[in-house]
Design a protein around this ligand. Structure first.
Ligand SMILES: Nc1ncnc2c1ncn2[C@@H]1O[C@H](COP(=O)(O)OP(=O)(O)OP(=O)(O)O)[C@@H](O)[C@H]1O
Length: 622
């Protein structure tokens, strides 16, 4: 590889602060690897003196792998790339040992005391209801933001509209609980490490001596607390080397603070800024269109991405009738491709993986899922549908009936359930209900109708059955009434139902349907071991990766950009919309040669609007 003049200049930078501002595919990772080697091999710096901070454990591993593949044969340098969290944890452990304190990490979900469980309990005790997955995620992100931005919860609430009742109380209860029990989570690792470094002069000096050179990858997604840790550690020599692309900052919701980069000159007056604007990854078409696309953002360093790579296939924008056609289109494309390992299907929302997995498996196309936390198979809605079918199959199953009786037509009360539980009769729960003394005509009619409907359901195939549960058994009405309470939009619940229907449409009989669900769940969990498959990933998790061929799917306005960013934009708040555009840009710039962007025009028999980003791209391309 012939390194460019700009790359070489950055690589040869040794002492003092430097910021490398680069475009996607400019070789930021490449530069970090070569600079590390330059420091060690040419400048005589001991590898132990270099702290290289990466964004995630995966990128630390990737970076180490890339370093070894270039320099591993030449020398046995024990280079160390770590995340800022693992560095911070090291500081905390040392401090704890020195001061005979103990901090227990609560991020391990398999342990009895873990962050999620603690938050669930606190939410339940304060709000007297169980928390939904969405709300839980929202609380976790909000706490993360507060800690990463070094602000208080009150300030957070004054900046953001948060749909969580009693958030302040939840926040403070969580903090006290951790404090009283000497527990910390990932966010505390950072705030606590900063506090220790600020207060313990001995440890600070020790770490300053230990790491004379600090390198930071993905600087755009570094949060305020992380920047402070790095700042205090690097002082006063400030041998600090940050590589970043502010246009790829996509973790604002979690407290990423790209503005910190804009303050680089203010903090480090003698700092050097290197620009790397040449893209080595993508075809000329992809580079020039992406460049025009991102220029619509206003909160950015102005950079001009260019490439010497050849023109290749134009970017394809595909508009199909509906989701089914999107899958048909994709499968027809993929079936003719042989380099699966160099192909990726990217999406905005985790849930998009479900339909694709179903199709890929049916077509025997191997795949690898980057994000394994697809919250579908254990979603309560999926469980409800399974319960309805199980009750239809065995109408004497009172335990299941008790789980879902209030999610269907019939006005059955808890009191009635309690009564029939005392009967100990192994007969249909509906017959038991009918035997309640004094049951009036209205209830009798309702129960008889339910009994009949469950009988009908027991004779249906799963595909018909799902719609029957939704429409004739009243489950759809239940969802309409309760979705807000559970923190879901009706649209997202319908999406889950549609994926279930899609899986059901390919299976005959209930048993096969259940087996299919279990099998797909198993495949999702196993797919991380697939080496030669197509990569399925959210765009967030595809950061830093590259593929010959990229498909970005489900490009619907309201999904991507999200409806909340659209609402904020309408009210004049452009931040969230600009982050969505950056995310789209990250997705586009993963492609080397082929980039296909797909939208569909109908969803649940309603018209959809293609993502506004596609309209921008059409205007750019024409
Ligand atoms: N001077 C060069 N000549 C040829 N190829 C290069 C050069 N520099 C980097 N590359 C290649 O360009 C691609 C992108 O490099 P790299 O992944 O380091 O970029 P990046 O800036 O980290 O990208 P991104 O921020 O988009 O993830 C890689 O395939 C890399 O091997």
């Amino acid at each position: 590889m012939n390194l460019s003049k700009e790359q070489q200049q950055a690589i040869s930078h040794v002492k003092g602060p430097a910021l490398v501002l680069a475009v996607p595919g400019a070789g930021k990772t490449t530069v970090l690897i070569h600079r590390t080697a330059n420091l060690i091999l040419n400048e005589g710096v001991s590898p132990q003196k270099i702290l290289s901070v990466t964004f995630s454990r995966a990128s630390a591993k990737d970076m180490k792998g890339r370093f070894n593949s270039i320099y591993g044969d030449i020398t046995n340098i024990p280079v160390h790339f770590s995340t800022i969290h693992s560095f911070s944890y090291g500081v905390i452990r040392e401090y704890a040992y020195k001061n005979r304190k103990q901090y227990t990490l609560i991020e391990d979900m398999n342990k009895e005391i873990n962050k999620v469980q603690i938050l669930r309990n606190i939410y339940l005790s304060i709000n007297k209801e169980h928390i939904t997955e969405e709300k839980l995620e929202s609380i976790i992100n909000s706490i993360g933001y507060i800690k990463n931005m070094l602000i208080g919860p009150e300030e957070y609430l004054s900046q953001f509209k948060l749909d969580i009742s009693n958030f302040l109380e939840i926040f403070h209860t969580y903090e006290s609980y951790k404090k009283n029990n000497h527990l910390i989570d990932f966010d505390d690792m950072l705030t606590l490490a900063l506090k220790i470094l600020r207060e313990d002069k001995y440890l600070l000096e020790k770490y300053r001596k230990k790491y004379e050179y600090i390198q930071v990858d993905e600087g755009q997604d570094t949060s305020k607390v992380q920047l402070e840790i790095i700042k205090i550690l690097a002082h006063p020599k400030n041998n600090l080397f940050i590589v970043a692309d502010d246009d790829q900052s996509i973790y604002g919701f979690r407290g990423a603070y790209p503005k910190g980069l804009f303050e680089f000159n203010k903090i480090y007056g003698n700092g050097k800024i290197f620009f790397m604007e040449e893209n080595y990854r993508s075809s000329k078409n992809i580079v020039s269109v992406s460049n025009k696309f991102i220029k619509k953002n206003t909160l950015r360093f102005n950079k001009n991405i260019f490439t010497k790579n050849q023109y290749f296939e134009p970017i394809k924008i595909v508009k199909v009738k509906d989701l089914e056609e999107e899958y048909r289109y994709l499968m027809e494309e993929l079936i003719n491709i042989n380099d699966y390992a160099n192909t990726a299907i990217l999406y905005r929302n985790n849930l998009s993986a479900i339909g694709i997995i179903e199709c890929l498996e049916r077509n025997s196309i191997p795949f690898y899922i980057k994000d394994i936390n697809v919250k579908f198979f254990d979603h309560w809605l999926v469980q409800d549908i399974v319960d309805f079918f199980q009750l239809a199959n065995d109408s004497s199953n009172i335990a299941i009936f008790e789980k879902i009786y209030y999610k269907m037509n019939g006005f059955i009360s808890k009191k009635q359930i309690n009564y029939i539980k005392t009967l100990y009769i192994k007969e249909s729960v509906f017959d038991s209900l009918l035997s309640i003394p004094g049951l009036n005509e209205f209830y009798r009619k309702n129960v008889l109708e339910l009994k009949l409907n469950f009988k009908k359901l027991s004779m249906m195939n799963p595909y018909e059955g799902i719609s029957f549960i939704e429409k004739s058994l009243g489950y759809g009405d239940y969802l309409k009434e309760s979705h807000m309470r559970f923190g879901y939009t009706m649209d997202s619940l319908k999406t889950i139902l549609n994926y279930l229907r899609m899986i059901a449409s390919n299976t005959e009989g209930l048993k096969k349907f259940f087996t299919r669900l279990k099998y797909l769940e198993y495949l999702c969990n196993q797919s991380k071991n697939t080496k030669e498959g197509i990569t399925l990933s959210t765009i967030h998790s595809a950061k830093g990766l590259e593929f010959n061929r990229v498909y970005i799917i489900d490009l619907i306005d309201g999904d991507f950009p999200t409806s909340s960013s659209i609402d904020a934009f309408k009210k004049g708040n452009i931040g969230a919309m600009e982050e969505e555009r950056r995310l789209f840009y990250v997705g586009m710039t993963r492609a080397k040669k082929y980039l296909t962007l797909i939208t569909y025009l109908n969803k649940d028999s309603k018209k959809t609007n293609p993502s506004r980003f596609l309209l921008d791209l059409e205007a750019i391309c024409n």
